[in-house]
Each structure stands twice: as structure tokens, then as C-alpha cells.
Design a protein around this ligand. Structure first.
Ligand code: GAL
Length: 459
């Protein structure tokens, strides 16, 4: 039985690059994802974000979809290059500001709280070309300038800010494995990028707290992603491997914020590839989140890597394998989504409890949880029973975690709409609304109707 507190926050989530389209419309500058999509082979079917869900032109209709479900909050991101076309404050694009002003106002007039993510991976291309993107020491100040403008222009109405979405993905997939923009491969750059992402987050928070928070009365935090890692056996080696995997995934970013430094396991294993914080930096970083934003999708078993395994780990290890010595696997009985991610609700409960324990029970918001399945439309009906079961399972896990004392305060479904799923292009559908990408028609899937009913029962 699902039983949530009446003030629990029910939401849906999207991100700018994945839905907006209008890539060069309304004064927007190009982002690293616009460029990355141009390189053949990077994205399934050669898809791009040029049109995506055309949300830039269909914003009112999309807010109406949420109003129909009675959702309480909408998490979306701002395209940095729509506000600052070359990434710096030298040119402010008022048309971009107007677009987000209209979105915010439309949400509020429909009783929906805007939750803004400042950075969901679409770095202005100019900051990659002129500077060196997230590797460049100057990037955190540039992010601070951009954040400052957003707080100033939107903060009178926006009370919830998320600085960075999934620093792990930016660092590992963007600079380590090279499978996301900007497509670099390195075993040093991810840790430099990670460091700069933390400093960027912390500087933005410092600006918010010193200039705006007491007047605007909002909250600010960061969203990190983590899968659960279950020890493959109860041997001490596998238990340590699972903890180490969680440390290289989540604690990499959460320990500095909540505990004041990188995890010991990372310091030991990475040596001078892991940057160190100065005293001043850690004073900025520690305590820099008013809430714990968590994106969670799946679970894997973790075992101590056998040195003879070589490159044999077919799953990758959720990071740079040589750094962790962890071998990952899934139970063949676990159901898989069309991303091949295992559906394991108890992993969600365990992760929430791990966070609560390690970080002194912070207020947590699940800012993304969801699944992709191969939905088909038959006479305007999308019977996505598996997605409904996925949500029911994960929400039950959340509700058990709350009963065990976890301070979980809200849950955002990923995603409001089928959208551009990064390297998978439009081949993976995560939405609770079906999007026909030829006509741009939106159709509520059965899961959207189910979510509306759930919200009406729980609030
Ligand atoms: C997250 C990401 C989202 C979405 C989701 C599903 O990592 O923040 O943008 O794509 O995964 O893959």
C-alpha cells in the first residue's frame, strides 16, 4: 500500500536540450550537445536536438498536460546558451529570458511549483571552444555569473534551484568514456571536471545565499545520480567493493558537500589524479546543499574485481574500471527495461537508507526516476502497464524508506514527455506522455492517467 505524507511533493521532470528544440531560434547560442550531435556515429539514427519535442513552441500545451494530472511541481532546466549565447554575461538574450518567464508564469498560474535546474549538460559551445569547458579553472566563476543572472531574473517566483544535474555523468561519460558531449576520453580529466563542477555548484550557492536567499526565501541544492550496488556475496571483499562503487559514484560528490572532503577510497586509489580542496574551497563546498537531490534508475551486484578479468567486465563498472576494481553484474531473473537497466525496487530503498545514514538524514528529493519501454500507440491508447508497475514498485520502496525514517520529501517522474534520450536519440521512450515526433502530437499514456489518480489519492 502506498502511503505518503499529504505534503509530499509530486512532480515530473524534463531538461532543456531533451525537449526544447528551437536550437538556433530566439537568439539561442549553440551548446556542446548541438555540436556533438553533428558528428556521425555519436547519436542513434543521427538524431539531433534541433526540434526535439518542440517544447519551445508548445510550452503552454505541455504545462496543460501537467495541470491535467494535478502535479504539484515541474523540474525543468534552463539552456545556458539561451540566456547567454556565448556563455558569458557579455550578451544577455532577452528573448531567452522571456521564454522562461512565460514558462514560470504559466506554471504558477496552474498551481505548479517551478523547480529549475541550472545545468543539465548543455554547456554553451563557446565555453568549450574559447575556454576548455569543465576542465578549465575559470568555468566555476562563469557558471556563477550565469547563475546570478538566473536568480536575479527568475528568483522572485522560483523557490527551488538545482545547480548541476548529475556531475558524475558530465565527468565520466563526457570526459572519461567519451560517450556524451564533449566526447573526450581520459583517466584524469573526469576528476578535474568533477572538481570544477563541485566548485561551480558551491559558488552558485554562495551567490544565492549571500545576495538572494534571505529576500527570495528559496532553497538551493544539487542533484546527483546513483544506482544501488549490492554486494554480490557476503564476503568482506565484495562488501567493500560495493561500498567502494557507491563512493566512486555518489560519495565523490556528496561527501565533499556533506562531510567536507572526497572519500578516502578515492584519495587512496587516485593519488594525484584527484584534485585536492584548499581550505577556502572546502569552506564553500561543505554544507552547500539545502536538500539532497537524487536521480535513481537501477541496481547491480558488485564484486571485488578479479585481476585476471582484464577487460572482461561487459557492464563497465559505472566509472573508470581500473580505478575501482569492481566487477558488476545483474541477476538474470531481474526484469530489464529497454535501456537494459534492471528493475529492482528494493535497491532504491537501500540507497535511500544508505544516504540517510551516511549524510545525517538530509531532506531528500528524488528528482528523477523512471523507465523506458517500447511503447506503441494503438488508436490513441498507449497501454504501458510495465511502466505503471515500475512506478508502483519504486514508490512502494520509497514509502518503506520513509517508514524507516528516511526524510524523503518528493518524487519527480522522469519524464513528462518522450524526448531526446542523449546518445540513444529518439529510440528510447521515458515519457508518461507519448510524443509522435512526426506530428508533435502528445498523447497521455496509461501511466499518466495512473499518476493523476495516485496524486489525487495521496494529496
Ligand atoms: C538521467 C538524465 C536524464 C535522462 C535519464 C534517463 O541520467 O539526467 O536527462 O536522460 O537519465 O536516461
Amino acid at each position: 500500500m502506498l502511503n505518503f505524507p499529504t505534503n509530499f511533493l509530486w512532480g515530473t521532470a524534463t531538461s532543456s536540450f531533451q525537449i526544447e528544440g528551437a536550437a538556433d531560434v530566439g537568439g539561442k547560442g549553440p551548446s556542446i550537445w548541438d555540436a556533438y550531435c553533428q558528428i556521425p556515429g555519436n547519436i542513434a539514427n543521427g538524431d539531433t536536438g534541433n526540434i526535439a519535442c518542440d517544447h519551445y513552441h508548445k510550452m503552454e500545451e505541455d504545462v496543460a498536460l501537467m495541470a491535467n494530472m494535478n502535479v504539484k511541481a515541474y523540474r525543468f532546466s534552463i539552456a545556458w546558451a539561451r540566456i547567454l549565447p556565448d556563455g558569458t554575461k557579455s550578451i544577455i538574450n532577452e528573448e531567452g529570458i522571456n521564454f522562461y518567464n512565460r514558462l514560470i508564469d504559466t506554471l504558477i498560474s496552474n498551481g505548479i511549483e517551478p523547480w529549475i535546474t541550472l545545468y543539465h549538460w548543455d554547456l554553451p559551445l563557446a565555453l568549450h571552444m574559447t575556454y576548455d569547458g569543465w576542465i578549465d579553472d575559470r568555468i566555476s566563476d562563469l557558471f556563477g555569473d550565469y547563475a546570478d543572472i538566473c536568480f536575479e531574473r527568475f528568483g522572485d517566483r522560483v523557490k527551488h534551484w538545482i545547480t548541476i544535474n548529475e556531475a558524475w555523468v558530465v565527468a565520466i561519460l563526457g570526459y572519461g568514456q567519451g560517450v556524451f558531449a564533449p566526447g573526450r576520453t581520459s583517466n584524469t580529466e573526469p576528476y578535474i571536471a568533477g572538481h570544477n563542477l563541485l566548485l561551480a555548484h558551491a559558488k552558485a550557492v554562495d551567490i544565492y545565499r549571500s545576495k538572494y536567499q534571505s529576500i527570495q526565501q528559496g532553497q538551493i541544492g544539487i542533484t546527483n545520480n546513483c544506482d544501488w550496488r549490492e554486494p554480490a556475496t557476503d564476503s568482506p571483499q565484495d562488501q567493500e567493493a560495493a561500498t567502494r562503487a557507491l563512493e566512486f559514484f555518489l560519495a565523490w560528490f556528496a561527501d565533499p558537500i556533506y562531510l567536507g572532503d572526497y572519500p578516502q577510497s578515492m584519495k587512496e586509489r587516485l593519488g594525484n589524479r584527484l584534485p585536492t580542496f584548499t581550505k577556502e574551497e572546502i569552506a564553500l563546498v561543505k554544507g552547500s546543499s539545502d536538500f539532497f537531490g537524487l536521480n535513481h534508475y537501477t541496481t547491480m551486484y558488485a564484486a571485488e574485481a578479479n585481476p585476471n578479468d582484464g577487460e572482461g567486465d561487459i557492464y563497465g563498472n559505472g566509472g573508470l574500471s581500473e580505478d575501482q576494481d569492481v566487477t558488476l553484474s545483474v541477476d538474470p531473473d531481474w526484469e530489464l527495461t529497454s535501456m537494459n537497466w534492471a528493475v529492482v525496487p528494493w535497491g532504491c530503498q537501500k540507497l535511500l537508507e544508505w544516504i540517510a545514514q551516511r549524510y545525517y538524514n538530509p531532506p531528500i528529493y528524488i528528482t528523477e526516476n523512471g523507465c523506458s519501454y517500447e511503447d506503441t500507440e494503438v488508436n490513441s491508447i498507449i497501454a504501458d502497464q510495465k511502466r505503471i508497475e515500475f512506478f508502483e514498485g519504486y514508490l512502494e520502496a520509497c514509502s518503506k524508506a520513509i517508514q524507516n525514517g528516511v526524510n524523503l520529501k518528493g518524487y519527480f517522474i522522469w519524464s513528462l514527455l518522450d524526448n531526446f534520450e542523449w546518445a540513444s536519440g529518439y529510440t528510447k521512450r521515458f515519457g508518461i506522455h507519448y510524443v509522435d515526433f512526426k506530428t508533435q502530437e502528445r498523447i497521455p499514456k496509461d501511466s499518466a492517467k495512473w499518476y493523476a489518480e495516485l496524486i489525487s489519492k495521496q494529496t
